[in-house]
Design a binder for this molecule. Structure first.
Ligand code: MN
Length: 502
């Protein structure tokens, strides 16, 4: 129990370091509440259940998220796994925290439906399966409604991946596949590279453990061999930069095993032939100093032709900003250098989460005492900002659709009994769904079950519903159906039938 209290205290300490002026009492309350609610439960590894919400909250505190999200982290499983009701939670912790917990719980209920392995393509290029995975991600976003719910869900998934060893092997595979196809790409889209690559490496460990172990050994070995040489590079760079007055810190780049694994598969090459440059990172205090450092480096070392990329003036779609250049000390000694500010470095590692944090900080500073930050407005700002960054995207419309979060989401995603996902416009009914699956299914429809309950044919479908169409041979579409359907496809099929079969 002491260990648990200590880990909660270290979270408090961390939160206090980035939110020094805020009262943390409600965190203490959420911790006690969660501890009590989960008191009789244990994790698969035998630890008391509370260790899980604590680990999730620790991840969220490393992302420096707000108090409401941290409380929701502590409480995220109480609705699903304990007797605690929504109204009790609302009474104790208010609307905002309850809504966040409800969001995570809703996403969890979607997960249970994804038991069809065909929906979870591990390393596939099958366009239909890729489309399914994409729909899933969209559905998660649509269900979450608030970006903080996604961050909670990602933290939850990360800790579940870290403790996957305690589960049975078929469950391990299922969860790892789901993480690799749904959650890691989601983290990438949100620019959370660190979380993404941590998750991917854990997935590889369970999906191809043999290759994972060999690869890990080889990468570690190569690192040992290269350690001396990296040290030498760092010294050389330090010595030339000592001639200039710019502040900076220097580090080498972390490894992502899964990306090497992918390259090996994609290029069909053994590990030894995978081009993996030594990477060195310089982090400084301002954009001006980024370019100054670049200038200094280029003055002293020859850049490899065409290797320079300026992601500061043209950021990547997911907000990534940095200067990239590759320099050669001599013919065989090539090193890639990334130069960025501290804030860019945060955004590179934590993506959306870092951005959220900076926004909040800015909002808090400009507000006078007693005023509350307008979270809704802030969120819209955030989306606008992303969309601005998106202007160079290959398919901006697609991205815009994807990011529709809580801006009147106009699509719903509905499951077939086999677990396939269909995309329909908001307001669609079971008849739309039937025609979306197959024309004959539409024509012969006499009723529908949604989530195993019989419903009327004018029922409006919601994201995450599982819809089953009941048919009878010889049944015909009815003229009144035209009033019930939303999709052009269903309308035209019904009209065509009525025209041809009077
Ligand atoms: Mn959980």
């Amino acid at each position: 129990m002491d260990k648990i209290k200590t880990s909660f205290d270290s979270i408090l300490e961390k939160v206090h370091s980035y939110l020094p002026d805020q009262n943390l009492e409600i965190l203490e309350k959420a911790y006690q509440f969660s501890l009590k609610a989960h008191r009789d439960q244990a994790r698969a590894g035998g630890d008391p259940y509370i260790t899980h919400p604590l680990a999730v909250t620790k991840i969220l505190s490393e992302l420096q998220l707000d108090i409401a999200t941290l409380c929701a982290g502590l409480l995220h499983d109480v609705l699903e796994d304990t007797q605690v009701s929504n109204s009790l939670l609302k009474n104790e912790f208010g609307e905002e925290i309850t809504t966040l917990v409800e969001g995570v719980t809703k996403i969890d209920s979607l997960e249970h439906l994804s038991s069809n392995p065909e929906n979870l393509p591990f390393f596939t290029s099958n366009p239909e399966l890729l489309k399914q995975a994409e729909y899933w991600r969209k559905m998660i976003i649509a269900t979450a409604k608030d970006i903080r719910v996604i961050l909670l869900k990602l933290a939850d998934r990360k800790h579940n991946m870290e403790t996957l060893e305690f589960l049975k092997s078929d469950k391990q595979t299922k969860i790892a596949e789901e993480t690799l196809t749904l959650y890691a790409p989601l983290a990438q889209r949100l620019g959370m590279y660190k979380l993404k690559s941590d998750m991917e490496d854990l997935c590889l460990k369970y999906l191809d453990s043999e290759k994972y172990l060999i690869l890990k050994q080889k990468v570690d070995q190569r690192e040992i061999q290269r350690e001396e040489w990296i040290k030498k590079c760092v010294e050389k760079i330090k010595s030339v930069l000592s001639l200039h007055p710019f502040p900076y810190r220097i580090s080498s780049r972390p490894k992502n095993l899964y990306s090497i694994y992918r390259k090996m598969l994609k290029q069909n090459k053994p590990f030894e032939e995978i081009q993996d440059l030594v990477g060195i990172r310089l982090v400084t205090d301002s954009v001006e100093h980024c370019y100054a450092l670049l200038g200094a480096i280029h003055t002293h070392f020859a850049p490899v032709p065409d290797s320079f990329t300026d992601y500061i003036s043209v950021p990547k779609n997911n907000m990534y900003q940095s200067l990239h250049t590759t320099i050669a000390f001599n013919k065989d000694e090539i090193v890639e250098i990334q130069i960025r500010t501290e804030q860019m470095n945060q955004v590179c590692e934590y993506g959306i989460a870092a951005h959220w944090r900076y926004k909040q900080g800015a909002a808090a500073q400009t507000l006078s005492a007693g005023e509350k930050p307008d979270v809704g407005e802030d969120k819209l700002d955030w989306i606008k900002q992303i969309l601005e960054w998106q202007q160079d995207a290959k398919n901006p419309k697609e991205f815009l659709d994807w990011l529709k979060l809580d801006l009147n989401f106009d699509q719903v995603f509905v499951f077939t009994p086999k677990g396939e996902v269909k995309k329909l416009p908001q307001g669609s009914t079971p008849i739309d769904f039937a025609y979306c699956v197959h024309t004959e299914l539409g024509h012969q429809c006499i009723g529908a079950k949604v989530n195993n309950k019989m419903v009327r044919l004018d029922t409006i479908l919601k994201s995450g519903d599982r819809c089953e169409i009941i048919t009878r041979k010889g049944q015909k579409p009815h003229k009144d159906w035209l009033e019930l359907v939303k999709t052009p496809r269903a309308k035209s099929k019904i009209r065509k039938f009525l025209r041809e079969v009077p």
